[in-house]
Design a protein around this ligand. Sequence first.
Ligand SMILES: C[S@@+](CC[C@H](N)C(=O)[O-])C[C@H]1O[C@@H](n2cnc3c(N)ncnc32)[C@H](O)[C@@H]1O
Length: 265
Amino acid sequence: MPAESTDEYSPIAEFYDHVIPYRDRPDVAFYVECALQSGGPVLELGCGTGRVLIPTARAGLEIIGLDPSPAMLAVCQRKLDHEPPEVRSKVRLVQGAIQQFDLPERFRLVTLPFRPFQHLLTVEDQLTSLAVIRRHLADRGCLVLDVFNPSLPHLAGSEKEPPVASVEPEFILPDGRRVLRRHRVVAKDLFRQIIEVELIYDITYPDGRREQALHRTQLRYFFRFELEHLLVRSGFEIEALYADYDRAPYGSKYPGELIFVTRKA
Ligand SMILES: C[S@@+](CC[C@H](N)C(=O)[O-])C[C@H]1O[C@@H](n2cnc3c(N)ncnc32)[C@H](O)[C@@H]1O
């Protein structure tokens, strides 16, 4: 993990799997299908709580999950502890960062589901990470990653307007706590292509007590050709670019996602 990193996911790791836009994200079947096509072994970078990793292991694939966040990995491990031995035996969790991991295995597939690549804020980090990933791929192995396609109207929104927090549907934890989450963009750096997002979790206990948890994160946004050039420069061939996890092609909806399916050249 880079020396300056702190575990920004720590305050919200226990909520992550219950957040409705995360829980209902329609990407799991897509990533499991990529894993099945590759035949494994799979390396998932930024595996978090195992939202994608565990279904991949259940599908019978060997998978290593890497993440810098001890809190997210702890949630993943707790979930794995409830899986049958044949699923648990397929998984290994490693604490580490995309920029500087070193594993002895070589993988048929490396994935970064749900935007871990956007935590790499500088071109230096992005190029270093792609070189590390390439080194861990078997010959002609695949790299699949997604980032959001930046919405130009959203980016062009007036700097003078106070940022408005959008409220999401409430969710209830197994212990009865109710959580209402709001999110807002608190800063946009149009030169470094970084947005800073604040996710505020308002928690109400069954006895009425209230608490707040905060997740602040910086995300690097990428334009289509920028990421394409970066991947090609780093020794990857682009096999497909999708706007959604149903494999709708890039350009079929706006803004959509940028889902790159690439192969080690
Ligand atoms: C939005 S979550 C996605 C988690 C999981 N892939 C999923 O689909 O639910 C982003 C994850 O990226 C991880 N992450 C952040 N910086 C990273 C880095 N430098 N290397 C690897 N993972 C990183 C975070 O700890 C977090 O678990």
